[in-house]
Design a protein around this ligand. Structure first.
Ligand SMILES: CC(C)(COP(=O)(O)OP(=O)(O)OC[C@H]1O[C@@H](n2cnc3c(N)ncnc32)[C@H](O)[C@@H]1OP(=O)(O)O)[C@@H](O)C(=O)NCCC(=O)NCCS
Length: 173
């Protein structure tokens, strides 16, 4: 006996599809200062001198700040935050949660952020990065950043030593 053909997917297939779709990572503009604590928590996973929630709240309220969040599974798993001035911007920080690092999601986050900056009239983007931060250097190189200078001993490491910062610039036009 042949099984009846049904135009509808069984409930389990819908449910599996919905779970997969619902947890797919996506990037969205971040304007809600209520997310400041989530940003501070993520920032503290990566930096020896993390910025606190008040600092993020203040930045998110400033008109010159542009930020994007990487959402996955209903939570912010990463963000990038820039400050704009005229047709220039500076990326102040990019962070992914430790459990999602190494999967290429930073490319999606930075690509969408730079595209948004370009649309809002930014032509040149600057940043600083620890010369020993290989994933970040690869990420920035992939998005067109080139080294334009360096600052010896610029960063304080958790162990008390100092690290050199590379200054990088990308042209969006
Ligand atoms: C920097 C950061 C955002 C990069 O995100 P990520 O998800 O870890 O990196 P990705 O998986 O997207 O990889 C980026 C590139 O680095 C490479 N990479 C990843 N880990 C690496 C490692 N340990 N050593 C060398 N290269 C590495 C990847 O192969 C990839 O190269 P590709 O562009 O040629 O494909 C993330 O590691 C992070 O949040 N780090 C802590 C915060 C930080 O350092 N921010 C930057 C401050 S300026």
């Amino acid at each position: 006996m042949t099984r009846p053909v049904t135009p509808f997917w069984p409930l389990e297939i819908w449910s599996a599809w919905w779970d997969a779709w619902g947890s797919a990572p996506y990037v969205a503009l971040l304007r809600d200062s209520n997310q400041a604590r989530a940003l501070a928590r993520l920032h503290a996973t990566a930096f020896a001198r993390p910025w606190d929630a008040h600092e993020f709240e203040r930045m998110l309220c400033e008109r010159s700040t542009e930020a994007h969040a990487l959402w996955k599974g209903g939570a912010i798993q990463g963000f990038v935050l820039s400050r704009k001035a005229a047709d220039e911007a500076e990326i102040l920080t990019v962070v992914l949660a430790p459990n999602v690092r190494g999967g290429g999601l930073s490319h999606k986050l930075v690509r969408e952020h730079l595209a948004h900056l370009a649309l809002s009239g930014v032509r040149t983007v600057h940043l600083e990065v620890d010369e020993g931060n290989a994933p970040a250097l690869k990420l920035y190189a992939r998005h067109g950043f080139q080294q334009v200078g360096q600052r010896t001993g610029y960063y304080a490491r958790a162990d008390g030593s100092r690290a050199t910062a590379l200054t990088m610039t990308a042209s969006l036009s």
